[in-house]
Design a protein around this ligand. Structure first.
Ligand SMILES: [Zn+2]
Length: 198
């Protein structure tokens, strides 16, 4: 991940990324490409809020791409925070790791990677524009995941990965890849909360 984003995340989420006794200047090395930067930022912001609320000493020990998904290894989490990281892993498989556009996990030259249509060709030479944080997406993602956790509790991760008739057979994990999908999830859960049939 580019150094500018890593420094930004290290500064904003210092309490999650470095042990308390650590006082130096440092960059946290995210072992993935920039397309997942907003997903990572949204997840860290959710976790930071929850950790503060429940006085938990959560520490992210490693964040890396593995088999086309984002894995965030951590300690000190409760079940809700563990679910935030698991949901991020599932959603990452539907977000191009290079550019952040919707995508899917595919085999590319023998490796499983998350790529959009444009970036799923071997040896592609497409220019990738420098990543700019999309605060609207980050806010929508956080709101959707908060609703999912509030509504489904311990079943949240399961709910996210199965196809849903309410979304024409799509998986919520796939819908979390876009701002529109996040909003659709949030609105549907809000209707359910108020007892309106869907
Ligand atoms: Zn792409």
């Amino acid at each position: 991940m580019n150094n500018f984003i890593e420094r930004h995340l290290a500064a904003e989420y210092r309490a999650l990324l470095f042990p308390h006794e650590f006082s130096g200047q440092a960059t946290f090395g995210f072992e993935c490409n920039d397309g997942w930067a907003d997903l990572i930022e949204a997840s860290l912001r959710l976790v930071q809020r929850r950790a503060e609320l429940h006085a938990l000493d959560v520490l992210v020990t490693q964040a890396k791409e593995k088999f086309g998904q984002l894995r965030i290894y951590h300690s000190g989490a409760d079940e809700g925070i563990g679910s935030v990281f698991e949901i991020a892993q599932l959603a990452s498989g539907y977000i191009c790791e290079l550019c952040g556009e919707p995508g899917k996990v595919a085999s590319l030259e023998g490796w499983l990677v998350a790529r959009c249509g444009k970036h799923s060709e071997p040896g592609h030479q497409h220019q990738i524009a420098p990543h700019l944080a999309d605060e609207n997406y980050i806010a929508s993602y956080m709101r959707a995941v908060d609703s999912i956790l509030a509504f489904f509790g311990t079943r949240a991760v399961l709910w996210v990965q199965e196809e849903r008739t309410a979304f024409a057979g799509r998986r919520p994990s796939e819908m979390l890849a876009t701002e529109e999908g996040c909003q659709a999830i949030y609105l549907m859960l809000k209707r359910l909360e108020h007892g309106v049939g869907v």
